[in-house]
Design a protein around this ligand. Structure first.
Ligand code: NAD
Ligand code: SIN
Length: 469
């Protein structure tokens, strides 16, 4: 293959080339995974767990260079990338516990012998990963799928191949048998080749709703194959009866701008009572003016870095311009910054009263929507085809219970940011955010299928009724 066909990863903060390598071959990878499947699935659970625990230890031992690479490849601050690496390591013990709790073996003595529920791996699973958490999110599928006994083909985002290659190298050092985890580098064509491959037994996806819908269509005539979709959101944050405006503003800023707004759980729409909007908006704007936006290793440490690339920055600028054209009133305009072509400033825009397309703008852009009463707040929060994350800031326990009951989302928080989802809880959304196959603690569920058995040591039966004498 000529070098011109190589996949290349560039650092968003500097534009420098970070990684270059050939695109992968989905066919060869699926064959390798199929060949490795019988022995990996038949290996005792303890043997699989030993290898997986070695991966955890290697991640911890290499945490600093691993985080540095993620920071370079995504542009996120080093502290943010370090958090991601910690989540990768922590996922192992959480997944072992979840495997036992959700898909372990349960046997009950019955009169005829024993009743058992056990689980089997699906076989060969494909995994498609996004760029925003290039290690943590694919790892959230990889680890539980390996524990369950599946063999895997992982196609990372074309924007983060270096992180995937680094993870693959750590896995190789664990002694994981050849063919159990296969990496296919590439973009949408390689993703499509993998998703449509006849010899996969399922697909675990984290990415945009557009891609997720394309995958659901591709799986329409394969209902027997597992398809887990973790997609985006247009997440609401409702601020109501908040006494501590500074704290509310800090939670809003964390929710909207953490990781440059490139978390699927980031708040995109802040809904507030019209009488309380002024001081809150002022407090958020004052915080925005203090946020450090800089390259990942800058001193002092930045709050956020660039978005993933120039194209993403252009799309965000266009989304902001479209809101302004529709009548939105910028409080802090989202603009390109001089630090580099992928740098944008955090945007805050009042879109009260406008009807805007229900799209996820994957970056630091927060809309303010002022409403006259609680019913309008809930109505505004739920006016979305998505349903990933939502949060209430302020109020009391009864108000939170009303919020929890009426809001449609897979993550509902109170006085905490919409983002920062816990790995030891289920993670997923309703509506166009997912297909009811939550990841994180519940990933075990989609990595194995249950087998129910009634078992007796020897045949011991007679026909009790209906026989002629
Ligand atoms: P994306 O959908 O563009 O890409 C995800 C993966 O799918 C990549 O590996 C890509 O190469 C592949 N792909 C793209 N088109 C494909 C096609 N037609 N067929 C097969 N594969 C294809 O997503 P992204 O831009 O990398 O990531 C950002 C998106 O991911 C945001 O929408 C964000 O909300 C979402 N996300 C969701 C979660 C979640 O758990 N709900 C978590 C993180 C990110
Ligand atoms: C994400 O998966 O994009 C976000 C995880 C989180 O911080 O909630």
């Amino acid at each position: 293959m000529s070098r011109s066909e190589d996949l290349v990863s560039y650092e968003p903060a500097t534009g420098a080339e970070l990684w270059r390598g050939p695109v992968g071959d989905a066919d060869a990878a699926v064959s390798a995974a199929r060949a490795a499947s019988p022995s990996w699935s038949a290996a005792p659970l303890e043997a699989r767990l030993e290898v997986i625990a070695r991966f955890r230890d290697l991640v911890r031992a290499n945490a600093a260079p691993f985080a540095e690479l993620i920071a370079r490849e995504t542009g996120k601050p080093r502290w943010d990338a370090t958090g991601e690496v910690n989540s990768v390591a922590a996922k192992v013990d959480i997944s072992i516990e979840a495997h036992a709790a959700r898909t372990g073996t349960r046997t009950t003595d019955i009169a005829a012998g024993r009743q058992a529920v056990r689980h089997k791996p699906h076989g060969v699973l494909a995994i498609l990963g996004p760029y925003n958490f290039p290690a943590h999110l694919p790892n959230g599928h990889i680890v539980p799928a390996l524990i369950a006994g599946n063999t895997l083909v992982f196609k990372p985002s074309e924007q983060t191949p270096a992180t995937a290659a680094y993870m693959a190298d750590l896995w190789a050092q664990t002694g994981l048998p050849q063919g159990v985890l296969n990496i296919v580098q590439g973009a949408a064509p390689q993703g499509r080749a993998l998703a449509s491959h006849p010899d996969i037994d399922g697909l675990l996806f984290t990415g945009s709703a557009t891609t997720g819908f394309a995958l659901a269509r591709a799986f329409a005539d394969r209902p027997h194959k597992i398809l887990a979709l973790e997609m985006g959101g247009n997440n609401p944050l409702v601020v109501w009866d908040a006494e501590d405006i500074e704290a509310a503003a800090a939670i809003a800023v964390q929710s909207a701008y953490m990781s440059s707004g490139q978390r699927c759980t980031c708040a995109r729409r802040l809904i507030v009572h019209e009488a309380a909007a002024g001081p809150l908006i002022e407090a958020i704007a004052a915080l925005i003016d203090r946020l450090i936006v800089a390259e990942p290793f800058a001193t002092p440490a930045p709050f956020m870095g660039p978005v993933i690339d120039d194209r993403a920055a252009q799309q965000l600028e266009a989304a902001h311009a479209a809101m302004v054209a529709a009548g939105g009133r910028p409080i802090r305009a989202l603009t390109r910054l001089p630090q580099g072509e992928a740098f944008v400033s955090p945007g805050l825009i009042d879109t009260t009263g406008l009807t805007l397309p229900d799209e996820e703008h994957f970056g630091p852009l927060l809309q303010i929507i002022r409403v006259p009463d609680w019913d309008h707040a809930i109505q505004a929060a739920n006016v979305t085809r998505f349903g990933l994350a939502a949060a209430l800031i302020g109020g009391d326990e009864p108000l939170y219970q009303r919020f929890w009951t009426s809001i449609r989302a897979g993550i509902v928080n109170w006085n905490r940011p919409t983002s920062g989802a816990a790995s030891n809880a289920p993670f997923g959304g309703v509506g166009h955010s997912g297909n009811h196959r939550p990841a994180a603690y519940y990933a075990a569920d989609y990595c194995a299928y249950p087998v129910a058995s009634v078992e007796a040591g020897r045949p011991d039966a007679a026909i009790p009724q209906g026989l002629r004498a």
